[in-house]
Write a protein that binds this ligand. Sequence first.
Ligand SMILES: C[S@@+](CC[C@H](N)C(=O)[O-])C[C@H]1O[C@@H](n2cnc3c(N)ncnc32)[C@H](O)[C@@H]1O
Length: 153
Amino acid sequence: MARKVGGLFADQMICQGQFICEYAGELLTTEEARKQQQIYDELASGGQFSSALLVVREHLPSGKACLRINIDATRTGNVARFINHSCDGGNLATVLVRHTGSLLPHLCFFASRNIKEGEELTFSYGDIRVRSKGLQCFCGSSCCFGTLPSENT
Ligand SMILES: C[S@@+](CC[C@H](N)C(=O)[O-])C[C@H]1O[C@@H](n2cnc3c(N)ncnc32)[C@H](O)[C@@H]1O
């Protein structure tokens, strides 16, 4: 993409710690996620396409990953799929919330600070930038890395 588009904006003041929404989408296996990511990369190289496939990892205290969830909101999702990335970490924190009876945890957004009405809601897509053709980042923060976090899923 030539510049950052879309985005989700606060329609009222939001207090630190307030629940914002869940990141909803299709739950994919890792194999499915890898295939989809290849398709999305090809579409994105032609411009005018933005995917919303999020890979979430949970880690043990040792640092070892113990759970991986692939949530694809590209075709089916909710308002969370419009939240853009910011290299400064943004104003949202992601939390894995567990409900009794639910097999997998839900990825939820909470305000990490007070947010003014009209401010864009953003979070960090992660800190992995290993793909050679990463998309250019337009978050505009003073610590912008220049490329959107992405990895070979
Ligand atoms: C979950 S969607 C976010 C909403 C998207 N901007 C839209 O309008 O549909 C993720 C996609 O948005 C774009 N995006 C998000 N944050 C960005 C940023 N800081 N700079 C450039 N593009 C960004 C990228 O195309 C990325 O693949």
